[in-house]
Design a protein around this ligand. Structure first.
Ligand code: MN
Length: 147
């Protein structure tokens, strides 16, 4: 691997492809993924950069693996558990195991963040009807979530 990868401009890095957030689905909107560090046998973690365009959102999901997130562009809001938080540059977001979460670029600007995850991770779970009803019991959450 190259020792130094240049930041080009506008949160793009030399030789790092801008990928789809996920393979397919309608449960997310206007979000891209770049794998900055792919990890390996000596580093069991991956560092990704996600960017959500204004009005877009990540999947509402939960899973056993955890996320350590640092906002590095723009601003927005996130759901973690049953609370909505405003987030902006340099804020840190910790998503514990099996905790519902969703990121949205709610303002007129993109929301870009680094996300550190374990290299080996379980498949995300999306909320069933019962879980959605439970989430919607909190009015602020009901208004926020996108399915
Ligand atoms: Mn997740």
């Amino acid at each position: 691997m190259t020792s130094v990868i240049r930041h080009l401009d506008d949160f793009r890095w030399d030789g790092v492809p801008v990928l789809n957030y996920k393979e397919e689905g309608t449960h997310f909107k206007a979000i891209s993924r770049q794998v900055l560090f792919a990890g390996g046998p000596k580093l069991g973690a991956e560092l990704r950069y996600f960017e959500i365009e204004p009005g877009g959102h990540s999947t509402l999901e939960r899973h056993d693996h955890i996320h350590s997130v640092m906002i590095i562009r723009g601003a927005g809001h996130c759901l973690v558990g049953d609370a909505i938080h405003p987030i902006a540059i340099n804020d840190l977001v910790y998503v514990p195991t099996m905790t519902w979460h969703q990121f949205r670029a709610t303002g007129g600007q993109p929301l870009g963040f680094l996300c550190l995850v374990n290299l080996e991770r379980d498949r995300p779970e999306r909320p069933d009807e019962k879980a959605v009803a439970h989430l919607r019991a909190v009015p602020q959450v009901a208004e926020f979530i996108r399915l």
